[in-house]
Design a binder for this molecule. Structure first.
Ligand SMILES: Cc1cc2nc3c(=O)[nH]c(=O)nc-3n(C[C@H](O)[C@H](O)[C@H](O)COP(=O)(O)OP(=O)(O)OC[C@H]3O[C@@H](n4cnc5c(N)ncnc54)[C@H](O)[C@@H]3O)c2cc1C
Length: 445
C-alpha cells in the first residue's frame, strides 16, 4: 500500500472537526486551520458567570443510527435524553409544536381548525404544478390558513426575504406532524391516535459545544491550529499546492477539505476563477443572527426547550431555555432565556449597540410577562455572522455552477453548511465527514 495521505482541513466548526475526528480514527494525518481563537464555529457553548448557553438553539437529531452511535460513544455518559417540549407563541397563546390539528383547534378555536381543514383539502385536491417557491410549497403542503399563521411570516423574519423568493428547499420538515392523514385520523379517532413527537432529544450535560470539545480532543489538539486564518489557496493546473496563513506563512498541501463559506473559497483561489463565477459567488447570501441572553433571578419561565414567535411584532423568531436542556446550564434558582434575532449586516439591528438590542428584547419579553424588570440580573449580546445560507430562487443554480467548477480541482473536497450551501446539521456533517475520510483512505490515492 502507498503512503497514507495528509489532509489539510480549513475551518474548525463541526464539519472540520468531524473530518479531523474520522481522519484520526482511520490513522490518516491531518492539520486543521481555524481562524478564531477557539474551535466550534457556529456551534459553541458560551459562558457568562455560572450560566451556559449555546450559539443558537441546538439539539442532536438522532436520525442516522451510525452517527448517533458514534456520538454516544464519543460522549460516554455526558449525552443525555432530554424531554422538553417546544411551542409556538401566537395570538397570546402557546400552541404545541410540532403542530397537530387537535392543538390548533384547542388553542386557536374551532373556527381556525375548520378553515385549516378546508384549505388543506382544497390544496390536496388541486392537482398542483411543481411549486417553484417556498410560499407555493407551504400552501400546497399545509393549506393557506396554517401556512400564513405559522410559516410564511416566520420564514420571512428568519430569512429576510419574501417567501415568493425563497426556494422550496427551506421548507424541510418544519411542520412534519401536520398532514392530511394526521388531520383526518385525529378528527375521526381523537388526538391520541395520531403519531406525534414527544419533545425527546439527545443533549450533552454542559451544552452542545461539549461535542465540539470532545471531537477536537479525540482528533488531537496538537494538530489543530487556532488563530490561523487561511488567506489564499495557490493552485497549479487545478491542483492546490500550498495555502497561505494569516497573509504570511505558506504551507504545502496534498489534500484539502474545505468547510469555509463557498464564496470565500472562490475569492481565495489563486489564480482566480473566471469572473462570471466570482460574480455568482458574490450573489450568495448568508443571514446573520444576533443572540440576546437574558439572565433571570427566578428558577423557571416556561417548561419549553424552545418557543417559536412567528408574529412580526416580536423582533425574535425563537427563544430557547438552556436550563430546560440541562439543569447544569444555570445556577440553582436561576434561569436564562436566549432570543434569536435574524438580520442582514446592513440592518439597524446588526449595527445597534448591545444596550439598544437588549432593550428591544427585554421590552418584548416584558410584554408577555417573561422578563419582569425586578427579575433581570443581566444580559449578553452575541453577533453570529453567516449563521444561515439563504436558499433563494437563484442560489441553487449558482451553487450547482460553482460546485461543477470546484469538482475540476484534483484535491479540493468541500463539506459543511456554508461550504455546501445547504441547511445541514451536525449529524449530516458527521456522515459527510465519514464518507470523505473513507474516500481519502482508499488505496492508491
Ligand atoms: C441558530 C442555529 C441553530 C442551530 N441548531 C442546530 C441543531 O439544533 N442541531 C445541529 O446539529 N446543528 C444546529 N445548527 C447548525 C450547526 O451549528 C452548524 O451545522 C454548524 O455550525 C455549521 O458547521 P460548519 O462546520 O459547516 O460551519 P461553521 O460552524 O461556520 O464553521 C466554519 C469555521 O471556519 C472558520 N473559518 C472561516 N473562515 C476561515 C478562514 N479563512 N480560515 C480559517 N478558518 C476560517 C470559522 O471561524 C468557523 O469556525 C444550528 C446553527 C445555528 C446558527
Amino acid at each position: 500500500m502507498g503512503v497514507k495521505t495528509h489532509i489539510t482541513i480549513l475551518g474548525g466548526g463541526p464539519a472540520g472537526l468531524a473530518v479531523a475526528y474520522y481522519a484520526k480514527k482511520e490513522g490518516l494525518s491531518f492539520t486543521l486551520h481555524e481562524a478564531a481563537s477557539e474551535v466550534g464555529g457556529l456551534c459553541r457553548t458560551f459562558r457568562h458567570g455560572e450560566f451556559l448557553y449555546d450559539s443558537g438553539a441546538h439539539r442532536f437529531h438522532a436520525v442516522l443510527p451510525g452517527v448517533t452511535r458514534e456520538v454516544l460513544n464519543l460522549m460516554g455518559g455526558d449525552m443525555r435524553k432530554v424531554h422538553a417540549p417546544s411551542q409556538v407563541y401566537i395570538a397570546g397563546k402557546l400552541v404545541n409544536f410540532p403542530l397537530t390539528p387537535f392543538n390548533v383547534a384547542r388553542s386557536l378555536g374551532t373556527g381556525v381548525l375548520v378553515r385549516a381543514v378546508r384549505d388543506l383539502v382544497i390544496a390536496k385536491l388541486r392537482r398542483a404544478r411543481h411549486a417553484q417557491d417556498f410560499e407555493a410549497t407551504a400552501c400546497r403542503r399545509y393549506g393557506r390558513t396554517i401556512a400564513e399563521l405559522f410559516l410564511l411570516g416566520y420564514s420571512e423574519k428568519l430569512w429576510g426575504l419574501s417567501c415568493k423568493l425563497l426556494s422550496p428547499a427551506v421548507a424541510g420538515r418544519r411542520l412534519h406532524g401536520l398532514n392530511l392523514r394526521t388531520l383526518l385520523t385525529e378528527m375521526v379517532f381523537g388526538s391520541r391516535w395520531a403519531k406525534h413527537l414527544d419533545g425527546g432529544f439527545l443533549y450533552p450535560r454542559l451544552g452542545y459545544g461539549m461535542i465540539m470539545q470532545r471531537l477536537a480532543e479525540k482528533a488531537g489538539l496538537q494538530h489543530i491550529h487556532t488563530g490561523s486564518t487561511v488567506t489564499r489557496l495557490r493552485h497549479d493546473h487545478r491542483r492546490v499546492v500550498e495555502i497561505e496563513i494569516n497573509h504570511r506563512q505558506r504551507v504545502a498541501v496534498r489534500e484539502v477539505a474545505v468547510t469555509l463559506p463557498l464564496n470565500r473559497l472562490l475569492e481565495m483561489l489563486d489564480p482566480a476563477p473566471p469572473a462570471p463565477l466570482l460574480a455568482l459567488g458574490r450573489r450568495l447570501r448568508f443571514r446573520n443572527m444576533v443572540l440576546v441572553a437574558v439572565f433571570l433571578n427566578q428558577p423557571s419561565v416556561t417548561p419549553n426547550a424552545s418557543v417559536y414567535f412567528p408574529e412580526t411584532r416580536f423582533p425574535f423568531t425563537r427563544v430557547f431555555v438552556p436550563r430546560n436542556r440541562s439543569a447544569l446550564m444555570a445556577p440553582r434558582g436561576r434561569t436564562c432565556l436566549v432570543a434569536e434575532l435574524p438580520c442582514w449586516t446592513e440592518d439597524k439591528l446588526w449595527q445597534a449597540s448591545d444596550d439598544e438590542i437588549s432593550g428591544w428584547v427585554l421590552a418584548a419579553l416584558g410584554e408577555i410577562g417573561w422578563a419582569r424588570p425586578e427579575a433581570v440580573i443581566g444580559t449578553a449580546v452575541h453577533r453570529l455572522s453567516g449563521a444561515y445560507p439563504v436558499l433563494d430562487a437563484e442560489s441553487e443554480r449558482a451553487v450547482a455552477r460553482i460546485a461543477e467548477y470546484l469538482a475540476t480541482f484534483q484535491n479540493i473536497r468541500i463539506t459543511g453548511r456554508n461550504a455546501l450551501f445547504t441547511y445541514t446539521h451536525l449529524h449530516d456533517q458527521m456522515q459527510s465527514a465519514r464518507e470523505l475520510v473513507d474516500e481519502y483512505s482508499r488505496p492508491n490515492r
